[in-house]
Write a protein that binds this ligand. Structure first.
Ligand code: F6P
Length: 531
């Protein structure tokens, strides 16, 4: 079935007109003053996640135009095509079925295969967690990209649920400092290595796995097959490496969508089988919401539409994520791969160059740390950068004073971004730390804030396996929505290939010093690095 690309629709032209008439000059403060029902109209409830979109530069009229766009682009049919296993990853001829990994037994596609591996993996995880019997105290996940970022984000996020006698380590970088830093602290006798790679060919992972095995043997490790397991679609290659415990998955699971599969083994070891099942159930609840709730109350749909509004009409080039929960420190890095590897594309499905912008830059740090680093720019810089705040109502600790301060800061930042401060207000304030020699009007210009800076606030009642599963699925579907509207393939990643191929060509040149045929810059840098 062929669908219209966003810019080929009547709704796109209508949105352009709406933007020129009302969007460009939209003022959040005026919008709140005008409409007492604004917060209610722009708040959304999805499983485990509440979303306040009211501090965004939209109103119900904007939403109507965006919903027209969604309908004209057949967004629901595209969603259904993904969920029913059509090969929507056209360039690789694959289905996109990470949702099948979290469907209850008997309910999703490939259920027997999925639950067969899941049961085996969770039983294995429980055996490792029985530390008295397994003798394991350290688990090292060796993987990169989608074989690293998900588990590396989730394990600390769910630390409250984590096994107290097991330490999880993550090694991803081919930079030997990464592996060395971890191995220095370990003893082969109580260490389990997970070699995580969908393809089992990734240069970084293979080099690190080989080095880990050499270290294991050199330090008296016995029984490689008991201390190394693999999570991969390439079971044969894992066997050739000498690993006989392998948990498989399938080509219809994209790397950046794979933490629900065997790639989630470190998560299962950390939090246990019951919590891992709750994690899957949370994601499944969000899948049901995405699949069945009407467009106008469907949170992933709304967020994806908002992303298009900001990227293609307001021209915002980035979005920052500010989780006010230290456990979510790695969420921005995880979202970078999810969104930028999925939607960082320049051609549509037919290979035609796109005449509009696609993925924004996604970045961020946990609050409140970011406030003391780059929030200055968010408040007073020349770029408008929408912020996504994530607040968690109930913490997993008992430090009530800290938590109240954390939440107050989260609310204060979105409020400050929106209301700003006029120079008249700044002039009326005292500024005890300002230089006594500066003119009052000049100082007021420095101390004023433009305001009208947009933000979204997502609220979780608590950070649990279930709510985190729902939150991640929300992001996955939101990325699908903007990608589908843009008419791109969100499920391939050809853009990573060229660098990989050139690195393979440069590797022998680093050894030989041969710079023949290289551009001047690369030749000179290569020579300098060899000196
Ligand atoms: O280089 C990008 C990429 O292919 C990602 O898409 C993937 O998550 C990562 O490399 C790791 O791949 P693998 O799991 O096959 O080692």
């Amino acid at each position: 079935m062929s669908h219209l690309r966003c810019d080929q629709t009547e709704a796109w032209a209508a949105l352009r007109g709406h933007f020129e008439a009302h969007g460009r000059a939209f003022d959040l403060r005026e919008a709140f003053a005008r409409d007492a029902g604004r917060t209610a109209a722009l708040s959304f409830d999805a499983p485990e996640v509440f979303a306040d979109l009211s501090k965004n530069r939209i109103d119900t009229a904007t939403l109507k135009f965006l919903l027209d766009l969604a309908r004209e682009c057949d967004l629901e049919a595209r969603r259904d095509a993904m969920l029913s296993g059509e090969p929507i990853n056209l360039t690789e001829g694959r289905a996109v079925l990470h949702t099948a990994l979290r469907a209850p037994r008997g309910k999703g596609l490939f259920s027997d295969e999925v639950h067969g591996v899941l049961d085996a993996m969770l039983a294995y995880a429980e055996r490792v967690r029985d530390t008295a019997a397994s003798g394991i105290r350290h688990v090292v996940n060796i993987g990169i990209g989608g074989s690293d970022l998900g588990p590396q984000m989730v394990v600390p996020a769910l630390d409250a649920y984590g096994h107290r006698e097991l330490t999880l380590h993550f090694v991803s970088n081919v930079d030997g400092h990464d592996l060395t830093r971890v191995l220095r602290r370990l003893d082969p006798a109580d260490t389990l290595f997970i070699v995580a790679s969908k393809t089992f060919t990734t240069q970084e992972t293979m080099a690190n796995a080989q080095a880990a095995r050499n270290w294991f043997v050199a330090n008296g490790g016995a029984d490689v097959s008991r201390h190394f397991v693999a999570t991969t679609t390439n079971v044969e290659a894992a066997a050739q490496f000498g690993i006989d415990t392998t948990f498989g998955f399938w080509d219809w699971v994209g790397g950046r969508y794979s933490l629900w599969s065997a790639i989630g083994l470190p998560i299962a070891i950390a939090i246990g089988a019951d919590s891992f099942r709750a994690f899957l159930a949370g994601a499944h609840a969000m899948d049901r919401h995405f699949a069945s709730v009407p467009l106008e109350r469907n949170l992933p749909m709304m967020l994806g539409l908002l992303d298009v509004w900001y990227r293609n009409f307001h021209g915002f080039t980035s979005r920052t994520v500010a989780p006010y929960h230290q456990g979510l420190a790695r969420l921005p890095a995880y979202l970078q791969q999810l969104e930028m590897e999925s939607n960082g594309k320049g051609v549509d499905m037919a290979g035609s160059a796109l005449p509009f912008a696609t993925s924004p830059v996604v970045w961020g740090e946990p609050g409140t740390n970011g406030q003391h680093a780059y929030f200055q720019m968010l408040h007073q810089g020349t770029d408008v950068i929408p912020v996504e705040f994530i607040a968690v109502k109930t913490p997993a600790h008992t430090l009530a004073d800290q938590h109240a301060k954390l939440l107050a800061n989260c609310l204060a930042q979105s409020q400050a971004l929106m209301i700003g401060k006029t120079s008249a207000e700044a002039l009326a304030e005292s500024a005890p730390t300002a230089s006594p020699r500066i003119d009052a009007n000049t100082l007021a210009a420095h101390r004023s804030f433009p305001g009208n800076r947009p933000s979204t606030t997502l609220v979780l009642d608590a950070l649990t396996p279930r709510s985190l599963g729902a939150l991640i699925a929300l992001y996955e579907h939101r990325v699908f929505v903007s990608g589908a509207l843009w008419g791109i393939n969100s499920f391939d990643q050809w853009g990573v290939e060229l660098g990989k191929a050139l690195a393979s060509q440069l590797l022998p040149r680093l050894a030989s010093g041969d710079t023949a045929g290289l551009d001047g810059s690369t030749a000179s840098l290569l020579a300098r690095l060899r000196q």
